[in-house]
Design a protein around this ligand. Structure first.
Ligand code: C2E
Ligand code: CA
Ligand code: CA
Ligand code: CA
Length: 279
């Protein structure tokens, strides 16, 4: 099995019937959770590898149930996507991001960037995009501190439409990262057509760089591609000093990972940012 349970939500090793029942259960609970506002944004700091400073964060959604248990995004995001509930998750992420960025602006922290994850499905949701545009227009240039990490949950069929939407969002200052590069369908053709600024190496490659020749070669190649295309390369999932040394040596621009900082609640993140700013 791919994952073992701290929770009762493993889709693996189950019959199709059990999976379908679980899907229905998660859907019902998620609908209620959205209403009860049980989703909470966590913030994982990103650091600049040449200075070691925090340059911003990525919002990762957490679902805590009243009984204290939690459901991981790898379980509830796919369910949200197939049931249409994802647009509410997306709205929550957008609202959280704008709230945080406007606070930064009031503190004069205009150098920090905040990233949210939007899947291709959310990206094709015209209403959600309109919502995002209106948030940009209502705010004082908050868009220029926002990064959208585009994650691919389904094969990207209409790249032209997506690319046009991206161009429209770029007029509000929003930047784009291609998430999970090298994994799944994510392919070179996106690099050709989509207007992106950052390339994010999936942690699955990085986790082997210090022990596995293949992973090291693939990672090095991805970094080269990013640099040749003049993209900023972000390493995710840095779990130890050796991996951090590796991505620094290979000249990734920035990094995230448990070795640096784990995703944390908003208050802890604020405290961390304020400490950094006083130094
Ligand atoms: P992702 O965007 O690729 O995010 C990276 C995942 O790796 C996160 O898992 C993060 O908590 C985890 N991570 C960070 N550092 C380390 C590390 O050093 N080691 C390891 N092993 N893992 C690390 P998480 O938070 O469980 O999220 C899983 C996926 O769910 C995300 O993958 C993203 O695709 C999706 N997701 C999370 N929040 C949202 C959201 O608001 N909207 C959408 N559409 N997707 C989201
Ligand atoms: Ca991401
Ligand atoms: Ca992902
Ligand atoms: Ca990833």
């Amino acid at each position: 099995a791919k994952a073992q349970g701290k929770n009762n939500y493993q889709f693996y090793d189950q019959s199709l019937e059990q999976q379908a029942m679980l899907q229905v259960k998660v859907e019902r609970e998620l609908r209620e959770a959205l209403q009860a506002d049980e989703l909470e944004p966590y913030f994982q700091p990103k650091i600049d590898l040449s200075t070691g400073e925090i340059i911003g964060a990525e919002i990762l959604m957490r679902w805590f149930k009243p009984d204290g248990s939690s459901v991981p995004p790898d379980i509830f995001i796919p369910v949200a996507e197939t049931t249409g509930l994802i647009s509410q998750v997306g709205k929550k992420a957008i609202d959280s991001a704008f709230e945080c960025i406007s606070q930064w602006q009031s503190q004069g922290l205009s150098h920090l960037k905040l990233a949210i994850n939007l899947s291709i499905i959310e990206f094709q949701d015209a209403e959600l995009i309109r919502y995002l545009l209106s948030k940009c227009d209502e705010s004082n240039e908050c868009g220029s501190q926002l990064i959208i990490e585009l994650t691919e949950s389904i094969f990207m069929e209409n790249k032209e439409v997506i690319s046009r939407t991206m161009e429209q969002l770029r007029t509000r200052g929003i930047a784009f990262a291609l998430d999970d590069f090298g994994k799944g369908y994510s392919s070179f053709s996106y690099l050709q057509i989509l207007p992106i600024d950052y390339l994010k190496i999936d942690k699955a490659f990085l986790q082997g760089v210090t022990t596995n020749k293949q992973s090291a070669a693939i990672t090095r190649t991805i970094i080269d591609i990013g640099h040749n295309l003049e993209l900023s390369v972000i390493a995710e999932g840095v779990e130890d000093q050796a991996t951090l040394d590796y991505v620094m040596r290979e000249r990734c621009q920035s990094a995230q990972g448990y070795f640096l900082y784990k995703p944390m609640p908003r208050n802890d993140f604020n405290t961390l940012i304020n400490q950094e700013c006083q130094q």
